[in-house]
Design a protein around this ligand. Structure first.
Ligand SMILES: Nc1ncnc2c1ncn2[C@@H]1O[C@H](COP(=O)(O)OP(=O)(O)OP(=O)(O)O)[C@@H](O)[C@H]1O
Ligand SMILES: [Mg+2]
Length: 588
């Protein structure tokens, strides 16, 4: 319980104390009937005793009772309004805060568990947490306060009953502690599983082609069944624990105490040592004393399960804040005459002791295009992620326009750098919105670019999730359109024009060449005619820079460079020779 309250306070403090106070105050008003519940038995007892002892109606007590009911109605109505408004505002504020801070969350970490994992956490489970916890805890606080007031009154009536009631309160305290300890881990595990299942479902929907083509439907369904069964197992296990504890610690003491109350209380009334009104009031108060037991019984499950969620939300939030404070700088100020990029001894790996990049050192001067050449998996895209500020856990120094990139928010890099990514990310939106993205709309320029890259036929059409409704080549055209529209001085281009026929490739290549003239940047490609756009080449081999220089020089001196270029030329020549030879066969 205490741990849950601490979690709750940590959670609420994300929202701010002012709003928290409003929610709390509203919640107190909502439950004003609980306060009223303390006075009602006192007044009714007076009325009953006046009736049984003197045979007259106590009108004053009835007026008070009427006033009490009226007050409870008005306060709880006002409370609901205040409470709901502040709560929904708080939820919205917190959601906005989380969503906008999420851009500081390292993308690799996000991809490790899957985007949908975090969606489940932030969207659905955050909501559950809010809906249940506030009501539950505020009500419980009042109920507990009322319990102490009732104990005070009963002390003045009968020390014996005081003892009985106190015993029940102790049971309440122990019960809530025990049920929390017994069920919390299971709920935490269950919700972790639920998030994983959400990510699994999303991944399934996003890769339907692959699943069908890979004949993986059965395997996929089996894995799903296993996961769902695990959730079921966890849920049942927790429910069994709960049910057994309920019987033993809630129902049994309740029945025994009520029998004792009626037996001993009836004995006192018969001997004239207690009034009927008092016995009745004790019976009602007993329900109030045990109410927390029943409330906890229901709440234990919900409170524990939501607090398990909240803990994950708090963890996520703590992570985000940590990364946010690590990315202190949210803007880059280009320095005059500084090189575009400088890399000094950059070493980086995904696992300790296994560097992918080793002491990479080179620079890109203003107005210069540098190509990075290397076999697949050498770490070229990884290097680009470092240059874009997306990967920050490297050794060495990286500077963009005279600014050290460490601690810079990636969004700030993209204000100065145009980017053509290898995996083209496309939104289920119109072509136009996919090109403009968040930049100001310049309609004429946009139209011109759409025509230049040859995408007029897609105007105004939805492109489908991940660009499912356009062709691979169209994705490449769109990616080039984005680069042209962004219109940056510095450009980073990763494997342009894959999936394109040679005719289209030539057209786009000449557009790209025209665009890049006078600009700076880095380009990665395995194709000689694209590498040719660069003035200088950096050759990566086994994670190290093994040569830097103009293409012509490197062709003479560098084996990797020569091999990449030659394999292309050789391939093309062989095909040509084969086709032109008189005894060639189709498909032979
Ligand atoms: N999150 C990760 N964890 C572990 N290894 C990774 C991770 N991401 C990438 N790698 C590995 O790092 C290496 C470099 O990958 P990268 O994408 O940079 O290669 P590349 O040079 O761009 O290759 P290509 O020319 O095929 O695009 C690869 O072996 C890849 O498997
Ligand atoms: Mg790559």
């Amino acid at each position: 319980m205490l741990k849950n309250i601490r979690t709750l306070i940590a959670f609420y403090s994300l929202i701010g104390w002012r709003r928290l106070l409003l929610i709390f105050f509203g919640g107190l008003l909502v439950h004003s009937e609980v306060f009223g519940g303390f006075f009602v038995p006192l007044l009714v007892r007076r009325i009953l005793d006046a009736l049984t002892e003197k045979g007259r109606l106590d009108l004053t007590a009835i007026y008070f009772l009427g006033g009490l009911y009226g007050g409870v109605l008005v306060f709880s109505y006002l409370g609901e309004r205040l409470y709901l408004r502040s709560k929904y505002n708080a939820v919205t504020e917190l959601r906005n805060k989380i969503f906008s801070s999420s851009f500081f969350f390292p993308w690799r970490k996000l991809k490790e568990r899957g985007s949908a994992y975090y969606t489940a956490l932030i969207n659905q489970q955050l909501n559950d947490a809010f809906v249940v916890l506030d009501y539950a805890y505020i009500r419980n606080l009042i109920v507990i306060a009322r319990m102490f007031a009732i104990l005070g009154v009963i002390w003045t009536w009968s020390p014996t009953f005081f003892g009985l009631f106190l015993m029940n309160m102790v049971v309440v305290a122990i019960y809530s502690h025990v049920i929390d300890r017994a069920t919390h881990p299971h709920y935490a595990q269950m919700y972790e599983l639920v998030r994983r299942i959400t990510a699994y479902i999303t991944e399934t929907f996003e890769n339907l082609h692959e699943i069908l083509a890979g004949e993986a439907i059965r395997k996929r369904c089996e894995r799903y069944t296993v996961m769902v069964k695990e959730v079921l197992k966890k849920a049942l296990r927790t429910e069994w624990i709960k049910v057994s504890l309920d019987k033993l610690m809630v129902d049994l003491p309740g029945y025994v105490s009520r029998l004792a109350l009626l037996g001993y209380g009836g004995f006192l009334v018969a001997r004239g040592q207690m009034t009927v009104g008092t016995l009745w009031a004790l019976w009602v108060y007993f329900s109030y004393i045990t109410e927390p037991l029943y409330v906890f019984r229901e709440l234990a499950r919900i409170a524990v399960q939501t607090s398990a969620n909240i803990e994950s939300i708090l963890d996520y939030f703590a992570d985000m804040e940590r990364y946010r404070s690590a990315m202190r700088r949210t803007s880059i100020r280009p320095k005059d005459n500084a090189p575009v990029y400088v890399l000094r001894d950059v070493t980086f790996g995904f696992e300790p002791g296994k560097p992918v990049l080793k002491q990479v050192t080179f620079a890109v001067d203003p107005g210069e295009i540098v190509a990075i050449v290397g076999l697949s998996g050498e770490g070229k895209s990884t290097l680009l992620n470092i240059l874009l500020g997306l990967e920050q856990e490297y050794d060495g120094v990286v500077e963009l326009l005279g600014n050290d990139l460490r601690g810079v928010f990636p969004g700030a890099v993209f204000e100065h750098v145009g980017y053509y990514s290898q995996a083209v990310g496309i939104f289920n939106d119109t072509l136009e919105n996919n090109i403009v993205m968040g930049r100001p709309l310049e309609r004429n320029r946009l139209e011109k670019i759409i025509e230049e890259v040859g995408l007029e036929h897609l105007r105004g059409r939805l492109l489908g999730e991940g660009g499912s409704f356009i062709s691979g080549g169209e994705k490449q055209k769109l990616q080039l359109a984005r680069l042209l529209y962004a219109d940056k001085e510095v450009n980073i281009i990763d494997e342009p024009f894959v999936n394109l026929d040679l005719v289209n490739e030539q057209v786009l290549l000449s557009k790209l060449k025209e665009f890049l003239s006078g600009r700076s940047g880095i380009i990665i490609s395995h194709k000689p005619h694209i590498i040719k756009l660069a003035q200088r080449i950096v050759v990566l081999k086994e994670g190290r820079v093994v040569a830097v220089g103009p293409l012509k020089e490197l062709l003479a001196s560098n084996e990797v460079c020569r091999e990449i270029i030659r394999s292309y030329l050789r391939g093309a020549r062989e095909v040509e020779k084969e086709i032109q030879s008189p005894n060639s066969e189709a498909g032979g």
